[in-house]
Design a protein around this ligand. Structure first.
Ligand SMILES: C[S@@+](CC[C@H](N)C(=O)[O-])C[C@H]1O[C@@H](n2cnc3c(N)ncnc32)[C@H](O)[C@@H]1O
Length: 201
């Protein structure tokens, strides 16, 4: 297990009380606790993810667990595409809405408070993920519903049991650490038997 993964899990456990508070403090949807804490993707990694996904103006990008909305906002600003973010935490949704206003991309970007496991992904042509490995694996049935030729870019953890088209490592100038990016196109290339280190850098 990588040190980065252990840090991610440790942060998740440490922040559980905070997450529970956040989910109930401004709650419209049942107070479900986030499955993972918020860690933002560094800006240069965001740009690389969009580049790897070969985003165009015609795309509809979904960021599942959108945090402060940095990926959806950047996609709209760079490529002029429509982008939709989903996050279960109302604090993150509020931050995303502020981010959208600040960047004046209200016409292209929307953010909704939703549990990613209940979202219909069929309108999306690009999906970005920065979630825990077991969450990526749990999303497979939804990701399989994407139209053929859709692209999925996963940050730091791949999709267990699915062969990526491309895997790259980049050193971010923002945080100075390596980041691992996994690119998939649909239909997904499912493996019969997941590799032991399938979702690890
Ligand atoms: C690691 S952050 C990634 C944020 C953003 N995508 C980025 O790359 O900067 C994961 C986000 O997923 C959200 N999240 C956790 N469980 C979720 C769930 N079941 N449904 C929707 N969002 C969830 C968290 O609130 C958090 O903002």
């Amino acid at each position: 297990m990588s040190r980065k993964f252990m840090l991610f899990v440790a942060l998740a456990v440490w922040q559980l009380p905070l997450a529970a508070w956040a989910a109930t403090s401004d709650d419209e949807g049942g107070g479900r606790t986030p499955d993972v804490v918020y860690v933002g993707t560094p800006s240069d990694v965001v740009t690389k993810m969009l580049d790897l996904a070969e985003v165009t103006k015609e795309d509809v990008l979904y960021d599942l667990g959108c945090g402060d909305g940095r990926i959806v906002v950047r996609a709209a600003k760079l490529y002029g595409c429509r982008a939709i973010g989903y996050d279960i935490n109302p604090v993150r949704v509020r931050e995303s809405l502020e981010n959208i206003q600040r960047n004046n991309v209200q016409d292209l970007v929307t953010v909704q408070r939703r549990d990613v496991f209940t979202v219909d992904l069929t309108p999306a042509t690009v999906v970005t993920l920065y979630l825990l490995p077991e969450m990526n694996a749990r999303l497979i049935p939804q990701l399989q519903e994407l139209k053929p030729g859709s692209r999925i870019v996963a940050h730091d953890y791949g999709i267990r049991g699915v062969t990526p088209d491309k895997t790259i490592t980049m050193d971010s100038k923002v945080d100075g650490v390596p980041h691992y990016l996994y690119v998939y196109t649909t239909p997904l290339k499912l493996r019969k038997k997941p590799l032991v280190d399938d979702d690890e850098p």
